[in-house]
Every structure is written in C-alpha cells, then in structure tokens.
Design a protein around this ligand. Structure first.
Ligand SMILES: Nc1ncnc2c1ncn2[C@@H]1O[C@H](COP(=O)(O)OP(=O)(O)OP(=O)(O)O)[C@@H](O)[C@H]1O
Length: 815
C-alpha cells in the first residue's frame, strides 16, 4: 500500500546537473537528494546532518509540468486524481481563506509548514499507486538555482529536525497559512500540479486519520452551507492603538482639579495679607491691585497658621506670575535678621534673571518697613567671571579658632598626599583663601535670595566654598516647562538632593510651626507631564490655572488680537514685511503709546542709538544713495507703534534686520537686533533703548520669546513660523501684557498654511490646538506678488540682497 517516498530536495542544496542521469524522471523535484524508503513500523533513520532551518525553494517550472487541461474544474480534477467526489466546502470558509491569502501575500506562499510537507510526502506515497510519477515528459529538468537565488524557488525546510525546533505557535500559524495557500494554488493558474497534490494530500490525510469518505461526507453535511449575500463577512475587530494624550481623568487629583481663576479678577493687596504700608509702596511702583493670578497665589504662599503645600501655576503670558511669588518670598524673608541663602529662583536665560532681579528690588523696598529687613538679592548667570560672581554671593572672614585651624592643617596634609597620588578631586582647595595662624576661613552668604540660571547654580553648588543650600526654604522654577524639559547639567537632581538634607531649624518659617522647602513652579505653558513634574518632588501641590471663557491648555492674553498674512511669493517675503510696517495696521493700539510715539518722533533723530546698539549697523552713512523699496520718507523717521519681529535663528535675525534697514532707510535708525549671540550687555542696552522708545523695531530670534517683559510693545510679527504651539504662545505673549492691548501678525507661506491654520489657529479640517483664545485669527492682505510690489521695488530688493551678500562675504557694504 505504501509506495516510495520521494522527499523534497534538501535545503540550500543547489542541484548538480552533472549528477543527473539523462532520461531520468521528468519530475521537477531534484532527484539528487538522497531519500529513505518508508517502512511501516520502522523509525526512519535520522539524516546524518540536520540542515539549517533556512528555507529552500523548489522550482515549479511550467516546462517541467505535465500538460494541464484548464477547462477542468478543480472538482473534476480531484475526481480524476482520487476517483472520489470531494465534498464541497462551505462558501464562508472558502472566502475567508482567499482573503487570508491576499493578506499573507508572497511570504505565506514561501513558507511551508512541516505538517504540509508531511501531508505532501504522505500524499505522494498514497497517490503513488494511482499516479506515482507525473506523466513522463520529454523534457530534461532544468537545474534548480542556488538557495539564495530566491526568485524562482519555494521555501522548504531541509528536514524535520530543523522544523521541529520552531515554536508551536509559529507552526500553527504556518499551518494556517498553508491552508490558505492551498486555496490560492487551486485558484491560480500556474500550479496545477500542486493543486492536484493538494487534493490527493487531503484525501490521504483523512484516510490516515481513519476517516472514510462517508464519515467525511456526514461531517461536512453536519456543517450546513451558509448562504451569503454581497454584504461583507464579519471580520475580526481591528486592533486599535491608543494614541490618546494624557487627559485630566488620568491625572492625579491635584492636576485633574485645579483651582480656576478668571483672568479679570483683581483685589487690593491689603485684602490678601499685605500690610497697608507695603501696599502703599507697591502702588508707587505701579502695582495698585493684585492681578488674577496674584489673588489666587498670594493667600496660599503668605504665612498662615495652616501652611499649605507647593504651588504650580499655569497662567497666560503677562498675567503677573512674577509678582505672585516675589511678594510672599520677600514678605517672609524680610521677617528675618541674619542674611543666609533662603531662596533660589531658577530661570532659563540671563535676560530673565535680570528682569526678575528688578522685580525683587522693587518689592524689597516695599517690605523694608516697620522694622522689616531689606532683603539682599544676588544673581548668578555667568555674565561675569566666576570668581567675581563667587565673591558677590559668598563672603569670607578670618575667625579665631585654634581647633578649627588644627583640623585645617590635618586636612591639608591629607590633601598633599592625595595630590601626590595624582588625585585631582580636591584641586579647588588650592584656590581657597588660606587661614591665618589659629584662624579658620569662615564663609557666609551675602544674599538672601539668589536668582540664577540652572547651569551656573550647579557650578556654585559644586565649586564655590561655603555655598550651601542648608537654609534654603523657597525654590522657584519659572518657565518650568522649559527648565524641566532641558536638564541643564542635571540641575534638578543636584538641587533637590541638596534640599532634602535637613539641618534642625534651618528651614523654619518665621511665624509658622512648619518647616521645609516651599516650591513654586510656573509657566504660561505649564507641562502636565507627570514624569517631568515628579522630578520636583512636590509636597501636597495645588495647581492654579488662570483661564478665560475659551480655555485651552495654553491660554493667550484676552486682549491679544491675532492676524495672518498670506505670503504668495515667498521669495519676496521681506517686501511683505516692509509693507506691513508701513501699513495702517502698524498703528498704536494703546493710548499712552500713541502719545509717546508722537513725543519720541520729535527727538528721534538726535537720541536714537541707531544700530550702533546692535550687531548690525544699519545706519545708512554710505555716500551712495540707498536702494529703496519704498517711497523716500517725507518726515522724520518714526513709527507710531512698537514692533518685535521673530525669525527662526540668530543668523536670520541679523540678516533681516540689515535687509530691513536697506529696504526701508526711514526705519533704519529705529531698528535693533536681539540674538543669543549678542553680548548680554549689548542686549541689555538694546532692551533699554526699546523701553525708552528710542528703538521701535526689534528683530529677534526665539531667545527673547520667553518671559521678556516689554510693556510698551504693541505688535509681534512672526516673520518665520514658530516651531510649536508653545513657541507661538510665548512669542505672541510678548505683547498684550498686564491688561494692555496688543496684536500678533504671522506671515504664512503657502507651504505653511495647513500647519498654521490647523495647529496654531485651530481652524479647518482636523484642527486640534492646545491654544486657548477669546477670538479668532483674522486674515489680512498685504501685497499681491510681483505685480503688486512693482518691477522697481523688486529690482531694489534684488540690489539690497546683493549688497547684503557682499557684506556677508567681505563686509564692504558696511564701510
Ligand atoms: N498687580 C500688578 N499691577 C500692575 N502691574 C503688574 C501687576 N503685576 C504684574 N504687573 C506687571 O505685569 C507685567 C507682566 O508681569 P510678569 O512679567 O510677571 O508676567 P508673567 O505672567 O510672568 O509673563 P510671562 O509668562 O510672559 O513671563 C510686568 O510688567 C509687571 O510689572
């Protein structure tokens, strides 16, 4: 009953045509592969060498196949081959199979499972009596290509051993694929041979399982055929990947349920716990009533018998967040006598350090009343030589202390031996002040409050003798999302570790029985990312959110108006800007600015610092007449308002600033430039000139997009699109501050339109923006391309560009 088993060729074994006997069997299988005879009841001998598990393919060369009658249906073929009528399979199963085949694609066909191979082998044996070898054909089999020439090959494991090693699940999957493959082969028009085999395999497989045809038939009958219309068959649920962002529901209660405050709420400082004397002084500084954020934060941070936990503040730009922490801190520290480092304020840029220092100085005076101490404020931001900065923060004195001196000497001895052993760890000791005999050098803080950038803070912690955080009881992290996202020298870990050290009584709050470090974390674009916030190790935190009626995650000031200008000709973008600056849109939007502008224009010729204040010298001292893209000015250079123009980089800011001066000489003396490559002192001068209305236009990189408080600024122009929604919020938030009006203009090129309207403006299909605004972004038209600007202006623009290029290369243009 069993016939000779002709196994498939061995994996990776390229046929050797030389071994072929002429006139050998016409089968397309390589006959060079050794095989064993199957003897029932006898375990077949293991192959000498297990072949690698890499699949091998078998050529089904049409030329080698027996002629096929395509007119015969599959059923007819099956009958012809097996002599039995095969039960028709239910339609449902069939269609599912064919779908799987499509999904599995070529891979499914390439891989063949062991079971299928087994079936194939068994089938070959079973089918042998009926059709042992395909009809002899007068064609010499083509040699099979090598295993790696995969194009015309089919995967075939070398033997059962390699196959056995595959995990069960994989085998199961393969088996399923094989079933699908079978259907595909039957439907396809290339492999009739395989189709025949398949039907034989099926029969033999059933036969080997001890099931006769009748049983098969009854089994199939038991599974009634289900009729389907054209409606889609039920499919498994598609796998849905959860791409949702963190929502308030998934946040801890303090983040999920913030204390919400309306943006218009104000209250007198006296109602919030500030003494009338201090309030009066604050009023003289321009702080009459507390702003919304201050009304919410002050009661939590000012001393109370029941001290509350840490505070996280999310309030729009220009809403007065700085004063909300400055006032309670100065109030608290002014109650003390001794100067110790009590508070750290960490900020991302030097400009912000300087700005916050001014706020502290103003408030220090307000609390130096009724016997209150005038708090001492220091800064550490790297704008000075480190040693100089050290001497400003930490003082030294020689104190008589024979015992301490003895310990010092012992330490020195140890240090010398360490030095000999090339250990450089204590090298800084060499730079320390040497004590006088029987004295020690004592260090003490010269400041109560240190305002600093994170990098410089870490430097002082690690390198400044006597710099200690033992007495620090306030930690303020302003522009927190930025500081937390960028781990400057692991500043947070270093600081929190130092703050966790407890010295008895060192962190006590006067007038309170509580002790510890109070943390205040602020931003207009506060992160809700717990992985970032966790690093702060907050204690019983509260989230304060200031928001209007149309609140988003990041809210814009309510008095901000936003506009978008379509740039049809990106190559002429600077001309759009020039036209905007000369348009009626650039009007004063606050009355006091209008007044100052008219007063400033009278003196602007003599007082203007011109561009000597910035790196780009735009003063048009050249003897040649400047190419101008605008009509020559008829009156003194002036602009009725103030403008801050944002570009994408330092270089872009410098170039645009110069180009503007060339294109519009009337504006040249009013233009200043602010970039991170500009020296801090020069930046300070430029900002001061702008605050005094001597400069009316600032061209800047994103350096000044955060926190900078230019109260007289009325218009922000996004010359280049900001990189993110957060960046947009900070940029446009340089105006419309502290209850003033302001406008934001964005130049939008065609390629940027979708992103701008969807992500920033929150308009259009699929718009999802985190920005909360009261109004909408309005469209404004400026220029209409070449026709609108005119040939002459476009030519002048090209000349200006050429000159700029010349200046960049040789600097001749500036001479
Ligand atoms: N109570 C007040 N009365 C009047 N002016 C105030 C008051 N509080 C703050 N200001 C002023 O409001 C302006 C903006 O304040 P501040 O710089 O603190 O804003 P901010 O919320 O920190 O903004 P940003 O997020 O952009 O840093 C400052 O000029 C500040 O002096």
């Amino acid at each position: 009953m069993y016939s000779r088993y002709i196994p498939p060729p061995k994996e990776n074994q390229a046929p050797n045509p030389s071994q072929k006997t002429p006139g050998a069997s016409a089968t397309s299988f390589s006959t060079s592969t050794p095989y064993t005879r199957y003897v029932p009841g006898q375990t077949p001998a293991e192959p000498a060498q297990p072949a690698p598990a890499q699949p091998q393919r078998i050529v089904f060369d049409d030329a080698d196949l027996p002629p096929v009658d395509h007119s015969k249906s599959r059923r007819t073929l099956d009958e012809e081959l097996t002599g039995t009528a095969e039960q028709k399979k239910p339609k449902k199963a069939k269609s599912r199979k064919s779908k799987d085949v499509v999904e599995d694609g070529v891979d499914g066909e390439v891989k063949e499972s062991k079971s299928r191979k087994r079936k194939r082998g068994e089938a070959a044996q079973a089918a042998a009596p009926e059709k042992e070898v395909p009809e002899a054909k007068d064609v010499t089999p083509e040699p099979e290509p090598a295993a790696d020439g995969a194009a015309a090959t089919e995967a075939e494991p070398a033997n059962g051993v390699a196959e056995e090693r595959k995990p069960k699940r994989e085998k199961k999957k393969k088996r399923k694929q094989d079933d699908n493959q079978d259907t595909e082969m039957a439907d396809g028009d290339a492999d009739d041979m395989r189709r025949r085999h398949k039907s034989v395999f099926d029969k033999v497989h059933k036969a080997l399982q001890g099931k006769d045809e009748a049983e098969d038939a009854s089994e199939d009958e038991a599974e009634p055929e289900v009729e389907h219309g054209l409606e889609p068959l039920p499919q498994p649920e598609p796998v849905v990947f959860d791409e949702s962002k963190l929502t308030y529901e998934t946040l801890p209660p303090w983040l999920a349920s913030p204390v919400r405050v309306g943006p218009d709420m104000t209250r007198p400082f006296t109602e919030l716990g500030i003494s009338p004397e201090s309030s009066k002084i604050l009023e003289t500084k321009g702080f009459k009533d507390a702003f919304a954020v201050q009304t919410a934060v002050l009661p939590i941070l000012l001393p109370s018998p029941d001290r509350q936990g840490d505070v996280v503040v999310a309030a729009p730009t220009g809403s007065g967040k700085t004063l909300s922490y400055v006032l309670p801190m100065v109030h608290d520290i002014s109650k003390g006598r001794v100067t110790r480092l009590r508070a750290l304020i960490v900020l991302p840029t030097r400009d912000l350090v300087q700005q916050v220092q001014l706020a502290f100085e103003a408030c220090a005076a307000a609390f130096a009343v009724n016997g209150g101490k005038r708090v001492k404020i220091g800064t550490a931001m790297g704008n000075r030589v480190f040693k100089e900065e050290q001497s400003v923060i930490i003082g030294e004195e020689q104190r008589y202390d024979p015992q301490g001196y003895e310990q010092y000497l012992q330490k020195q001895d140890r240090f010398v031996s360490l030095e000999e052993s090339d250990d450089e760890d204590d090298g800084l000791d060499l730079e320390r002040t040497q004590p006088l005999p029987y004295h020690v050098v004592a260090h003490e803080s010269k400041v109560d409050i240190l305002i600093c950038t994170p990098g410089r803070l870490v430097e002082h912690i690690t390198k400044t003798p006597g710099f200690s955080l033992d007495y620090v009881r306030w930690l303020i992290v302003d522009e927190a999302d930025k500081l937390l996202a960028q781990d400057f020298q692991q500043w947070l870990d270093t600081v929190t570790e130092k703050l966790s050290a407890a010295k008895p009584g060192a962190r006590d709050f006067p007038g309170s029985n509580k002790s510890g470090v109070r943390k205040v974390i602020l931003s207009a674009t506060m992160t809700r990312d717990l992985s970032l916030l966790n690093g702060l190790k907050l204690s019983r935190p509260k989230l304060i959110v200031v928001e209007g009626t149309k609140a988003g995650e990041q809210n814009l000031p309510s008095l901000l108006k936003e506009y978008a200008i379509k740039v049809r000709e990106p190559s002429l973008k600077p001309l759009y800007l020039v036209d905007l600056l000369h348009s009626k849109h650039m009007a004063a939007v606050n009355q006091d600015t209008a007044d100052e502008a008219s007063a400033g224009s009278e003196t602007s010729d003599s007082d203007s610092p011109s561009e000597s204040d910035s790196e780009s010298d735009s003063s048009s001292s050249s003897s040649e007449p400047e190419p101008t893209a605008n009509p020559p000015p008829t009156k003194k250079p002036t602009l009725p308002t103030t403008v801050l123009i944002f570009t994408k980089s330092n270089e872009a800011a410098l170039r645009l600033s110069r180009l503007l001066a060339l294109l519009s000489p009337d504006l040249a003396p009013l233009i200043g430039t602010l970039t991170s490559s500009t020296k801090t002192s020069r930046r300070t001068r430029t900002l001061r000139a702008f605050a005094q209305n001597k400069l009316r236009i600032l061209v800047a990189s994103d350096l000044v997009s955060r926190g900078i408080d230019l109260l007289n600024l009325e218009h922000v122009v996004n010359y280049d699109l900001p990189i993110s929604e957060t960046s947009y919020v900070h940029r446009v938030g340089r105006t419309a501050r502290a209850g003033r009006r302001g406008c934001a203009w964005t130049l939008v090129e065609h390629a940027e339109a979708r992103r701008f309207w969807r992500d920033f403006a929150g308009e259009g299909k699929g718009a999802v923006t985190s920005i909360g605004r009261e109004g909408v972004v309005e469209r404004v038209r400026i220029g209409e391309g070449v026709e609108e600007f005119g040939e002459e202006r476009v030519r002048a623009y090209e000349v200006a560009l050429e000159r700029l290029r010349g200046e960049a290369v040789g600097g001749e243009g500036r001479k």
